[in-house]
Design a protein around this ligand. Structure first.
Ligand code: FAD
Ligand code: NAP
Ligand code: SF4
Length: 681
């Protein structure tokens, strides 16, 4: 338990205020820092103001902005170093405090150090990160002092801008953390050598910030409580740093669990919920200031359990508040079944962030687009039929109905969800159930007339007198034009995922897109899904939570259970297999399959399938894969027949999702397109 004050019958800890001495947090829910990309676009601050204000109205106690550089070397697009910079942030802090002056908003100071995308990048030593093409410039004594001064100036300007505090990031492989670790700090002056010296730079920044900002300003230090690096920080070093930070003036310690260079997934959907909170719990026992925990805490019951178990004082739910700005209010009001749950896919948030695109959310395209995409009540409600209850049809139907249209939603299947019903069966994608639970509830809330088990034809729609028909009939799997494609050993991914065919011991998977990877994961899977069990996760990814060796991973050999199968995952392109997967998650899928012994082969020219197996050419050389099953995952084509018929009958109709465009379609594109169309009708 974190508090004796119980304000809520179901979530007494989550809804307890937290006394910071000079001020109070109204509850224990924090929206952690996320770079949105809006920091750098024209009019971005006004959009950020709307984005934060919407989350403030949603009931959160404290929010932290995306990372802002203290100077040019810091390498983020946006800098805070002058009164003019402070003035431009005013719109954000004013908007939040106008909602409720008790809601705290803190600015994150992020100096990317060796990860900065600028030729001016700096670091304690000229050690290149494997994630950057650039070698950092080694700081001399004057350079170190300048960086400290710039951090202090940045914090002062944040205070001037009306922020309630700053979070200084000391993790992830950014500047402060590179001072702490021997591999990146090879200095032998007062800033390097012993751990005591290596801690000096971040501690000096904290100490000087406290001195400059006075007692009544929140200073959060983000620490890599487990950096997931071979030879990374030891537990004693983590504890020592946290204690010294407390002494130097930190108000709160926020735990982080990675460097970007680490080879352990820490936020992807395959990571169990609240996987790392135990580490925060251990650190919390060593300190007398509050601790924030984070990572894959996406529902209020998870947050409440973490707090009740004494693992943290504050729970950070960053991406979950992109997915649903109202998460905290819904929890408070007992409307948990209406929460649009973050599924940890990273597809529209982190992937976009790292690709330099504006951030949003796969399940909520309004995220970061609050001034652009709005679901206003319709002045002229229409009678609308939506055919297909996959992600596109569901998004369209719920948004249109929310706006006051009369919507009937049809699906040939007996359950809503379309291909998400396949996705949710893939080990590591269990969160996809939540999206279907959410939509199922939204259909009730907005009174959509749902008719399942009906394969709609155009005549049915004409007879019913709809004013607009939305065809969201999805896709048909592509069947490659190949000799032997109708051989009995050939199976579609749909039949395999639904367990309608027996899969042999030796398998070729034709096509290495997202579905080829998912199918390979499914057929190589054995035992409990790592996403559902922290111990299995720790074993598979080589993390030792109990003994906490250096970085949490040093010397731990990952152990993976795999099905008794030999699998070849094939593609025609000569690019590395898996290149098309998400930027921040692709590597986890490739590693997961590699650990299970899946052989990934590119540059394949398919010849034929027969009793012997799959005949292929690689670099012109014939090869036979003696497989007993060939699973076709060769992309899709739009299922558009109904649309053509509807148009021929003269009905007003639109196409969404896979039925509109199957190439490069995913749920992100389907939900976004459908939401924008439904907002406009
Ligand atoms: P669909 O989901 O295909 O839905 C179409 C619906 O229309 C179906 O329910 C069908 O029954 C219905 N229908 C068709 N014709 C009729 C008719 N005449 N009458 C009534 N109903 C009809 N995307 C991601 O973004 N991220 C992922 O991680 C991801 N993982 C995936 C994993 C797997 C295994 C699969 C198969 C797909 C995955 N996808 C993922 C892709 C994503 O599911 C699709 O892009 C998305 O479902 C497309 O949505 P849709 O609504 O256009 O079509
Ligand atoms: P995809 O990503 O387009 O991949 C299709 C694969 O089939 C490619 O590897 C392609 O590569 C191959 N192919 C295409 N035409 C072929 C042909 N005629 N013969 C043989 N091979 C052929 O599509 P998908 O895997 O079906 O996935 C569908 C959508 O769902 C995608 O948009 C994907 O992003 C999404 N999805 C996403 C995830 C995720 O984790 N984010 C997971 C699953 C699905 P070659 O041409 O090089 O062989
Ligand atoms: Fe969560 Fe995916 Fe949305 Fe990111 S895009 S917030 S991971 S659901």
């Amino acid at each position: 338990m974190v508090s004796e004050v119980s304000l809520h019958p179901k979530y007494p800890n989550l809804f307890s205020p937290l006394d910071l001495g000079f001020t109070q947090l109204k509850n224990r829910a924090l929206m952690g820092s996320m770079h949105t990309g809006l920091e750098e676009v024209e009019g971005g601050f006004e959009r950020l103001a709307a984005y934060f204000a919407e989350r403030a109205r949603g009931g959160v106690g404290m929010m932290i902005t995306g990372g802002i550089s203290p100077n040019e070397e810091g390498g983020m697009g946006s800098e805070m170093s002058t009164p003019e910079h402070a003035e431009s942030h005013r719109v954000i802090t004013d908007a939040v405090h106008a909602v409720d002056p008790n809601i705290k908003i803190c600015m994150q100071i992020l100096h990317a150090g060796p990860l900065a995308e600028t030729p001016k990048l700096v670091a304690p030593s000229a050690v290149k990160s494997r994630l950057s093409p650039l070698v950092p410039n080694e700081l001399d004594e004057a350079g170190v002092q300048k960086q400290i001064n710039d951090h202090v100036q940045c914090a002062k300007m944040a205070q001037l801008a009306g922020y309630d505090g700053v979070e200084i990031i000391g993790s992830a492989g950014y500047l402060l953390s590179t001072f702490l670790v021997e591999k990146t700090n090879q200095r032998n002056d007062q800033w390097g050598g012993s751990y005591h010296n290596r801690m000096r730079f971040p501690l000096e920044i904290m100490r000087r910030c406290r001195e400059a900002l006075g007692d009544n300003f929140i200073l959060i230090f983000r620490i890599a409580a487990m950096d997931m690096l071979q030879g990374g920080m030891s537990w004693d070093e983590v504890v020592m740093l946290a204690k010294e930070m407390e002494r130097a003036g930190a108000t709160i310690i926020s735990t982080h669990f990675t460097w970007h260079e680490s080879a352990v997934p820490t936020i992807a959907t395959m990571v169990p919920r609240a996987a790392f909170t135990g580490v925060t719990g251990r650190l919390r026992k060593e300190l007398s200031i509050p601790c924030i925990t984070s990572n894959r805490i996406n529902m209020p019951d998870v947050a409440e359990t973490v707090l009740a178990d004494g693992e943290a004082d504050i729970v950070s739910m960053a991406r979950p508040m992109l997915a649903d700005a109202d998460l905290i209010n819904k929890a408070f009001e007992g409307r948990e079944d209406e929460i649009n749950t973050c599924i940890g896919c990273n597809q529209a948030c982190l992937d976009h962030g790292f690709e330099g695109k504006e951030v949003s959310c796969l399940v909520n395209p309004r995220a970061c687009h609050e001034t652009i995409l709005n679901y206003q009540h319709s002045e002229s409600p229409k009678k609308i039929a939506v055919v297909g209850a996959g992600p596109a049809g569901l998004a369209y139907a719920t948004v249109a109905a929310e706006r006051g249209h009369s919507v009937t939603l049809y699906d040939a299947n007996n359950e809503i969800g379309g291909q998400f019903n396949l996705a949710k069966k893939v080990p590591g994608k269990e969160e996809f159930y939540e999206t279907l639970r959410y939509y199922s509830r939204m259909l009730e809330v907005h009174q959509v007339d749902v008719r399942l088990g009906i394969k709609v034809c155009a005549d049915d729609l004409t007879a019913a007198g709809y004013e607009h028909v939305v065809v969201a009939t999805g896709i048909t799997p592509r069947t490659p034009d190949l000799e032997g494609i109708d051989h009995p050993k050939v199976a579609s991914y749909i039949d395999v995922i639904l367990g309608r065919v027996e899969v042999g011991k030796r398998v070729a998977v034709m096509g290495a897109g997202g579905i080829g990877f998912d199918v390979s994961e499914l057929i190589m899977h054995k035992g409990v899904s790592a996403a559902m069990d922290k111990q299995v996760f720790a074993r598979e990814w080589g993390v030792d939570f109990e003994n906490h060796p250096r970085g949490g991973v040093t010397g731990v050999i990952p152990q993976v259970q795999a099905a008794d199968r030999e699998v070849f995952l094939l593609q025609r392109k000569t690019t590395p297999v898996g290149r098309s997967l998400g930027k921040t998650t692709g590597w986890t899928h490739r590693m997961s399959l590699a650990k299970r012994g899946v052989q990934m082969i590119n540059g394949v020219d398919y010849q034929k399938i027969d009793d012997e197996g799959l005949h292929i050419l690689i670099e012109g050389q014939p090869q036979l894969l003696e497989v007993d099953t060939v699973i076709v995952c060769a992309g899709q084509i739009p299922a558009r027949d109904l649309f053509d018929q509807v148009v021929e009958l003269g009905l007003d109709a639109s196409l969404v999702g896979g039925a509109y465009e199957a190439a490069e379609l995913d749920a992100k594109a389907a939900i976004k397109q459908a939401s924008y169309l439904a907002a406009a009708i």
